[in-house]
Design a protein around this ligand. Structure first.
Ligand code: ACO
Length: 314
């Protein structure tokens, strides 16, 4: 996480909002934000170094780097190439995956297929975002939600019964305009008109996104567990994209799960898009919430729309 913390109280002095509104509607109490000069690739490199150390793998052993992100440092080169250079992972191929908040699970699914095809491969999978630079800090309906951060995992083949059991990827481009950053691509010239419309920032129809998100997440949770051959009792921990506490509560009820089986850290980090699942996974593991042999279900939903589910035995 970037060091700088922005609390709800800080936001109260910036826009017309309150800690009470943000906490009850979203579950967020604070979020981390990059400082001047700090970029997506810096966060991605930090998370990668921690993941490599935890896995006991050298950067020079990595065959492929995949970064899920919607906020790259620049359109070209990819964040993955910048990470490759900084880590000195000379033999690794590198590319970014554009699947918004599902970027980490899409990337993890790709890594899973590569490793099944070639079990000697070691793949670095990263979710990394700097959403604070695509946030309109005068728009209270979005700026209280989004934040920055990164998480990473080293994916290798395993001999035992731990590992990825099922992956499910979905998208629905027919409602693309409910959650967008319209500018800064090639569709619109970057001119005064674009800037005055605020198209360089995230725009969201919050209520519509909410409705689509809960439907898709519930459905992909069932689909992923069914593919893995699990019923509800088999699940030890649900790690869902940390978008909104009310979405997480709704899912807990619909999936009939007790509180201790649903991991929540949105209060500390806000919505970090593709980074939220690896950040949560890391925290769950380090805090002992996730134990060896546990069955974990990861699900995500984001702009596009994209949604995804991955089950794994830890
Ligand atoms: N502080 C105070 N008041 C606010 C704020 C704020 N930060 N934001 C909005 N309001 C006001 C609105 O102006 C509105 O006032 P009005 O009734 O006078 O017009 C009132 O609060 C209610 O606004 P709604 O938009 O109806 O609030 P809602 O209950 O829908 O909550 C929210 C908004 C939290 C954004 C909700 O719609 C939501 O969570 N949607 C899902 C968004 C999401 O999870 N997106 C991420 C998924 S995809 C991804 O991660 C990229």
């Amino acid at each position: 996480m970037p060091e700088k913390v922005l609390t709800n109280r800080d936001l109260e002095s910036m826009i017309d909002t309150s800690d009470e509104w943000i906490t009850t509607r979203t579950g967020i109490r604070q979020r981390h934000i990059v400082s001047v000069g700090e970029n997506n690739s810096d966060l991605a490199v930090g998370a990668s170094r921690a993941a490599l150390e935890m896995a006991g793998v050298e950067a020079s052993e990595i065959d492929l780097i995949i970064v899920g992100t919607l906020t790259p440092d620049m359109p070209m080169p990819s964040v993955a190439c910048l990470v490759q250079r900084e880590l000195g992972a000379g033999k690794a191929g590198a590319f970014d995956v554009s699947a918004t908040c599902s970027g980490f699970l899409y990337s993890l699914s790709i890594a899973d297929k590569f490793v099944r095809d070639n079990p000697s491969m070691k793949i670095l999978v990263i979710g990394s975002e700097v959403l604070s630079r695509r946030t309109n800090w005068e728009d209270r309906t979005t700026c209280v939600l989004f934040a920055d951060g990164a998480g990473a995992a080293v994916v290798t083949a395993s001999d035992g019964d731990s590992g990825i059991l099922s992956t499910c990827l979905h998208a629905d481009g027919s409602v693309w305009d409910l959650l967008t950053i319209k500018g800064l691509g090639t569709a619109h010239p970057i001119d005064q008109e674009l800037l005055s419309k605020g198209w360089q920032y995230i725009e969201m129809k919050g209520k519509d996104v909410f409705k689509h998100a809960v439907r898709a997440l519930e459905s992909v949770a069932h689909e992923s567990m069914e593919k893995a051959g699990w019923n509800n009792d088999d699940l030890d921990l649900l790690i869902a994209h940390q978008a909104n506490i009310r979405i997480l509560d709704f899912l807990r009820e619909r999936l009939n799960l007790p509180k201790e089986k649903v991991f929540i850290n949105i209060d500390k980090y806000g919505n970090t898009s593709a980074a939220s699942i690896p950040i949560a996974l890391d925290e769950a593991w380090r805090s002992g919430r996730l134990k060896k042999g546990d069955n974990v279900l990861m699900i995500s939903f984001g702009g596009g729309f994209t949604w995804a589910g991955v089950t794994m035995r830890w």
